[in-house]
Ligand binder design. Sequence first.
Ligand SMILES: *[C@@H]1O[C@H](CO)[C@@H](O)[C@H](O)[C@H]1NC(C)=O
Ligand SMILES: *[C@@H]1O[C@H](CO)[C@@H](O)[C@H](O)[C@H]1NC(C)=O
Ligand SMILES: *[C@@H]1O[C@H](CO)[C@@H](O)[C@H](O)[C@H]1NC(C)=O
Ligand SMILES: *[C@@H]1O[C@H](CO)[C@@H](O)[C@H](O)[C@H]1NC(C)=O
Ligand SMILES: *[C@@H]1O[C@H](CO)[C@@H](O)[C@H](O)[C@H]1NC(C)=O
Ligand SMILES: *[C@@H]1O[C@H](CO)[C@@H](O)[C@H](O)[C@H]1NC(C)=O
Ligand SMILES: *[C@@H]1O[C@H](CO)[C@@H](O)[C@H](O)[C@H]1NC(C)=O
Ligand SMILES: *[C@@H]1O[C@H](CO)[C@@H](O)[C@H](O)[C@H]1NC(C)=O
Ligand SMILES: *[C@@H]1O[C@H](CO)[C@@H](O)[C@H](O)[C@H]1NC(C)=O
Ligand SMILES: *[C@@H]1O[C@H](CO)[C@@H](O)[C@H](O)[C@H]1NC(C)=O
Ligand SMILES: *[C@@H]1O[C@H](CO)[C@@H](O)[C@H](O)[C@H]1NC(C)=O
Ligand SMILES: *[C@@H]1O[C@H](CO)[C@@H](O)[C@H](O)[C@H]1NC(C)=O
Length: 819
Amino acid sequence: MWSMSLSPPFSFSLSLLLFLTSLLSTPPPSSTATISSFNISLSPWHPTLNQTLISPSSTFAAGFHPIPTSPNLFTFSIWFNHLNTTTITSSTLKPTLIWSANQSSPVTASGALVITPSGSIGLFENSSNQNLWPSSPASSSNSTNLTLTDRGELAFGTWSSFDFPTDTIVATQNMTGKTVSSRNGKFQFVNSTNLVFNRSDLYWSSAFAFQTLQQDGSVIAPGNTESSLFSSDFGANRVRRLTLDDDGNLRIYSFNPASGQWVIGWEAIPEPCTIHGTCGPNSICITDGVNNTPSCICPPGFRPLSDVVNGGCERNIPLTENTKFIRLDYVNFSDGSNPTGIDSYSFTACQGQCLSDPKCLAFSFKYGLASGFEPGYCMLQLERLRNGYWNPDTELAMFIRVDNKSEPDGSNFTGMMNVMETTCPVLISLPLPPTESNTTTRNIVIVSTLFAAELISGLLFFWAFLKKFIKYRDMARTLGLEFLPAGGPKRFSYAELKDATDNFSNIIGRGGFGDVYKGELSDHRVVAVKCLKNVTGGDADFWAEVTIIARMHHLNLVRLWGFCAEKGQRILVYEYVPNGSLDRFLFPRALQGTENQSSEGETHAVGNFGDKPILDWNIRYRIALGVARAIAYLHEECLEWVLHCDIKPENILLGDDFCPKISDFGLAKLKKKEAMVSMSRIRGTRGYMAPEWIMMDPITPKADVYSFGMVLLEIVSGVRNHEIQGSKLDSEDWYFPSWAFEKAFKEMKVEDILDTHIKHCYDSRAHFDMVNRMVKTAMWCLQDRVEMRPSMGKVAKMLEGTVEITEPKKPTIFYIGDD
Ligand SMILES: *[C@@H]1O[C@H](CO)[C@@H](O)[C@H](O)[C@H]1NC(C)=O
Ligand SMILES: *[C@@H]1O[C@H](CO)[C@@H](O)[C@H](O)[C@H]1NC(C)=O
Ligand SMILES: *[C@@H]1O[C@H](CO)[C@@H](O)[C@H](O)[C@H]1NC(C)=O
Ligand SMILES: *[C@@H]1O[C@H](CO)[C@@H](O)[C@H](O)[C@H]1NC(C)=O
Ligand SMILES: *[C@@H]1O[C@H](CO)[C@@H](O)[C@H](O)[C@H]1NC(C)=O
Ligand SMILES: *[C@@H]1O[C@H](CO)[C@@H](O)[C@H](O)[C@H]1NC(C)=O
Ligand SMILES: *[C@@H]1O[C@H](CO)[C@@H](O)[C@H](O)[C@H]1NC(C)=O
Ligand SMILES: *[C@@H]1O[C@H](CO)[C@@H](O)[C@H](O)[C@H]1NC(C)=O
Ligand SMILES: *[C@@H]1O[C@H](CO)[C@@H](O)[C@H](O)[C@H]1NC(C)=O
Ligand SMILES: *[C@@H]1O[C@H](CO)[C@@H](O)[C@H](O)[C@H]1NC(C)=O
Ligand SMILES: *[C@@H]1O[C@H](CO)[C@@H](O)[C@H](O)[C@H]1NC(C)=O
Ligand SMILES: *[C@@H]1O[C@H](CO)[C@@H](O)[C@H](O)[C@H]1NC(C)=O
């Protein structure tokens, strides 16, 4: 296994270091001569001349540029020369190349750019007469000049560099029908529509052909004056470019004059592992949740190939007659040769098919959903295993064929919780949440439509379930696959759970939804068993809900393994999360005092108040990011639109390595059934509730965003927002977010709001960026006007640093009960 990621603080200090060294080592630019046009009397132009061709406003420059890997080789290139920045003089920045003439054939110091007496332009290596200039134009007159325009276009007569783009398209450049290639030559953006690897392997398609990147940050389609795609800083007056990077992702960058850096405003692919060719043959791509960087891992039975740049794996032992299969959860190889789909419910039949075909290297399998809406799924992977990736969204397991004797049975791909550092990435691209509406009637319509739809699907589900359930259960039992993640939740009997929890004796928490007990199943898995109170509705409804909750796979959500619905009992069986909830780590002093009132919030591990370690800044950041991604997943990714409605530190459990896991998600729906129309307002907890709960305004996902903002501020400050409010500063209009805002952005003393327990560990060089991002994001989440708050997907990106965070406005207090 090898990993290509750096932790954020490390990469931050590394880039700082690189920046400082670049300041020191950049030679003074004064030795270069600039020309505004290149003509026959200046020909030939050798790389040693140190000469650059400058556009009229000097935004762009062109000339021979040494290639990074070998300073004695040059390409004739165009780059951004002068960018307006307020902080750094642009001459010290590494130039950003936008075009190169035939970058695959660089020339040596004795190469030359010439205009011939016959009036054509040529790029030649030393004495060779092979012209390397792309599609060398024949000009009628030797008085033609080579010029560089302020759009970044190199022009010679009718010839234009815009007709031969390399990896970058600049604003206003027409890209209709053009092919853009990444610098490393691996990836192409073909016909301004499709991203391909290795010239033909398609991995992304745009809904429309790109024509022009406009100055305002939008991309328009041909014949369509309407913009069809917007970068996140749309409208800002910025220098922009569209680049196909060497990782195969297509991005729009804009230059931020304040920071002197290029920032990403849009990217085609949020999940890098879906880019074909990211990992070599046979290997499995996994995204590290913190930086969203991919790593390549060999499956069991394979070892890394050392001679291939991209990794890739080879078999330890060639396959013989005597083979077996090893199960890899959530893994799919999206490009087997001739993947063969078989519509089959039977695992044995699927395995048999693969065994009988010598070309079959693996098969993927998933049981049909109990609802009957999706049939079972079996796909054979023949001849080759390519573009493997791990993602819970695949909902299937891959069974890989290995040698029977020499390979061990286990694999590291069961659940994979320990390999991933904090979060599993989510594709923030699927169904858009319904547009928010402030009109109550519209809300009632939406609510009742959802309700009707749920009722109908609940009924359908119930019949399908009855038919399939027994068959499915027996099949799973015989195969020992009850817990295959794709199989749906397991139904437990009351007696089983009574046994597992030792007659419900070990209570580990009391929450608004009911008591939680620790237990151990007969297969020795440790579980948290939650007995729900006050849940109404029939069995069919309950089963439908539970299936939906169990389908939500995200590393930062507590996994639901099963349920029990017997004799009026409503019990949920969750994975047991060992470290307890976040509040115990954030507010250790307060524990003794609040022990007795813990019935309000969910508390796991009651009775174990031993010394908790103090969470360091990196862990706090990872917790914040993991929680943000999980809520974003709930809001934007799930088929059903799920609001959590009760985000608070008590509902954030910490697993091994302090990987955060949200509990109680989806339960608000079960409860809401009771009082669907009046939209029960008793959910939520004081101090974390958004103003709209009190103001009786419609509740949207932005209510969760507010609660998250409060939690984020508490993660940074280590104090409970309402506790300070009550005890420390006894003033009427005292409001924690406003106070923090004043400290951080008016007095510029962010240290004053940091957790006093780890203040001494705060190193402004290493942590400022991270902490500042957390505080700024919190401020945006805590805006009292719903429409000012960003969506949860945006919040996750703000924390990641993939979108820029503009200066927040001061959150203002809302007056409870005041008009
Ligand atoms: C080439 O450019 C130089 C400087 O711009 C100018 O002095 C000279 O007359 C030009 N020669 C021709 C042939 O255009
Ligand atoms: C070009 O620049 C390099 C290094 O900056 C210098 O060594 C060289 O002498 C310069 N050549 C000319 C012709 O000015
Ligand atoms: C830089 O700023 C100057 C003056 O403020 C302006 O004229 C010029 O167009 C700007 N250049 C770019 C590339 O934005
Ligand atoms: C051109 O290349 C030849 C051999 O390839 C070499 O001997 C000669 O020195 C080169 N000319 C220059 C000007 O570098
Ligand atoms: C350019 O072409 C004209 C004829 O078209 C010729 O007389 C002149 O010498 C050429 N100039 C150069 C510098 O070769
Ligand atoms: C680039 O250079 C190679 C020779 O090294 C040549 O075969 C090719 O045609 C050139 N490409 C273009 C676009 O001129
Ligand atoms: C090239 O530039 C010179 C001045 O630098 C100008 O006189 C001449 O007309 C230009 N030639 C063309 C073909 O534009
Ligand atoms: C863009 O280029 C295509 C093909 O070269 C051409 O048909 C189209 O008219 C151009 N569009 C614009 C707006 O220049
Ligand atoms: C690009 O477009 C042309 C014509 O529109 C089409 O024939 C070709 O298949 C397209 N190529 C790809 C890779 O989409
Ligand atoms: C690229 O495609 C060619 C055939 O078109 C194939 O032989 C080669 O193995 C592929 N390379 C990779 C890295 O997939
Ligand atoms: C798995 O990969 C195959 C291609 O081999 C693809 O058809 C299928 O949709 C993928 N399944 C999932 C669940 O992503
Ligand atoms: C699982 O991963 C650990 C650590 O990366 C490694 O030592 C072990 O061999 C792996 N086990 C299997 C079965 O691949």
